[in-house]
Design a protein around this ligand. Structure first.
Ligand SMILES: *Cc1c(COP(=O)(O)O)cnc(C)c1O
Length: 466
């Protein structure tokens, strides 16, 4: 090394003007720690290749410190572009909220609220009061309550009504959802005993009847929302089960999963069961998620008989599973949109995305393709292509949604696997990551959920492909 050290001291760096800006943003302690780390790295580099000492200067060090701080402070949890073709993608956060719901969260986040305060009496109130009336009017139910998600609802119902008792469930309905919700496991953790009835493909009312004894607590029907049993099959209808349950004075519970509050057929989509249909069939309690087809926040709505809902609310587990004020505010605002079904497909993002026409998506692809060709054209072939998407989160497992995608295919001269890996990795590394779907040696960017075209193009313009 030369006679005076090339590497500046921590203190001399801390008083530089650009460093003061970093200290203001990130704090003195973190900035100092990062300076030390950056200097240690530089010393190590110089030890390996002494010629590097001549390229070190203060501006460069400030740049390294700034980059390092930005990396440390960057949130790990951030928005992404969901171009997978699955509209309600559990790993990508399921439903996108309506503006009305986002504003409602904002309002209760900023100020105190009457979450559990009755403004008429001045006494303690009930947080369910903000949603119960509107849910009852939309579903035709007597009473309603909320907990954190459908898995919690099933646990709460079973633990309240079937603790140390038996619950017969059809072998065709012992479902697993998203890897961790498995009916047999939830039942044992709820403290009740599952009695399997019927077979995988065929279950008859006589199978349920034969399972009834003095320890039977209730009947439960589980919507097989993520698969379909086809061929030589038989399932017992909700109304048959309700009749048998009531003959033996047992409650009948339906785990509906992705219940929707409107008939999707009105919007040109395949029909999905609604909670109201289960009520009409005679169900006493129905559970359905808030962040699936309903298009709201993560929660579950439990509707049904008011005596049973009152029992659920008395279980101490209810307190352990209760929803926070943001969820209640967002759900209440989402439910209010259902009061005007004519505007729903415009205001509710889930329904808006599900009802976009293939022609609209195709036109969008034509606007995007020139930019994509410009940036990726040297290494990839870019084209528009018809594809199939899905609703996701256990709705309509068999019906596919006609959709349209931009297809990114590596040119022949390159190793296909490597080129696909490179593009998907780079898309995931963007400030707002872009997530597509790999299929048949191409990357498919399904455009159904792409609503912010300009931001997408801005992200694409940041791509650097060798
Ligand atoms: C999705 C689903 C669940 C789990 O719901 P979460 O809200 O994800 O806990 C349970 N049962 C059925 C039938 C479902 O479709």
């Amino acid at each position: 090394m030369s006679k005076h050290s090339i590497i500046p001291s921590v203190n001399s760096l801390l008083i530089l003007e650009p460093m003061e800006v970093l200290i203001e943003t990130h704090g003195r302690r973190l900035t100092t720690d990062v300076i030390r780390e950056v200097l240690a790295n530089i010393r190590e580099e110089i030890a390996h290749s002494p010629e590097k000492q001549f390229s070190i200067n203060e501006t460069k060090i400030v740049g390294l410190v700034s980059d390092h701080l930005a990396k440390i402070e960057a949130p790990t949890f951030k928005p992404v572009f969901n171009l997978t073709g699955t509209v309600l993608h559990t790993n990508l956060g399921r439903a996108v909220l309506a503006t009305e719901a986002i504003n409602a969260i904002n309002d209760v986040a900023r100020r105190a609220s009457n979450l559990e305060y009755d403004l008429h009496t001045g006494r303690r109130g009930d947080r369910d009061s903000h949603i119960e009336e509107i849910i009852c009017s939309l579903t035709g139910a007597e009473a309603a309550t909320l907990v954190n998600n459908n898995a919690a609802a099933v646990m709460l119902v079973l633990n309240t009504l079937a603790l140390r008792k038996e619950v017969p469930v059809s072998r065709g309905e012992l479902i697993e959802i998203g890897g961790s919700f498995r009916i047999p496991d939830i039942m044992s953790r709820s403290g009740c005993r599952l009695v399997e009835v019927g077979t995988t493909n065929r279950t008859h009312i006589a199978d349920y009847e034969a399972a009834i004894n003095s320890r039977t607590a209730l009947f439960m029907s589980v919507h097989t929302s993520n698969y379909k049993v086809e061929g030589f099959t038989n399932a017992v209808s909700e109304s048959e089960l309700a009749r048998l349950a009531h003959k033996h004075n047992l409650p009948f519970v339906v785990d509906l999963g992705s219940g929707t509050l409107v008939d999707l057929a009105h919007y040109g989509l395949p029909h999905e069961p609604t909670p109201n249909e289960s009520i009409v069939s005679g169900a006493d309690l129905i559970t359905f998620s808030g962040d699936k087809l309903l298009g709201g926040p993560q929660t579950v709505i439990i509707v049904g008989n008011s005596n049973l809902i009152a029992k659920l609310k008395k279980n101490p587990l209810k307190r352990a599973m209760r929803c926070d004020k943001f969820t209640i505010a967002a759900l209440a605002a989402t439910l209010r949109l259902y009061k005007n079904p004519d505007k729903l497909a415009e205001r509710l993002p889930t329904l808006r995305m599900l009802t976009r026409s293939v022609e609209e998506l195709k036109a969008l692809s034509e606007r995007l393709i020139p930019t994509l060709k410009n940036i990726l054209g040297e290494n990839y072939e870019i084209s528009g292509a018809k594809t199939f998407g899905q609703i996701g989160s256990g709705s309509l497992p068999v019906e596919n949604l006609n959709s349209f995608a931009v297809k990114v295919t590596p040119h022949k001269k390159r190793g296909k696997g490597k080129a696909l890996k490179e593009i998907t990795t780079k898309l995931r590394a963007l400030p707002t990551p872009i997530i597509g779907r790999l299929q048949n040696d191409s990357l498919w960017l399904d455009l159904r959920c792409l609503e912010n075209e300009n931001e997408f193009l801005k992200q694409i313009s940041m791509l650097r492909i060798k």
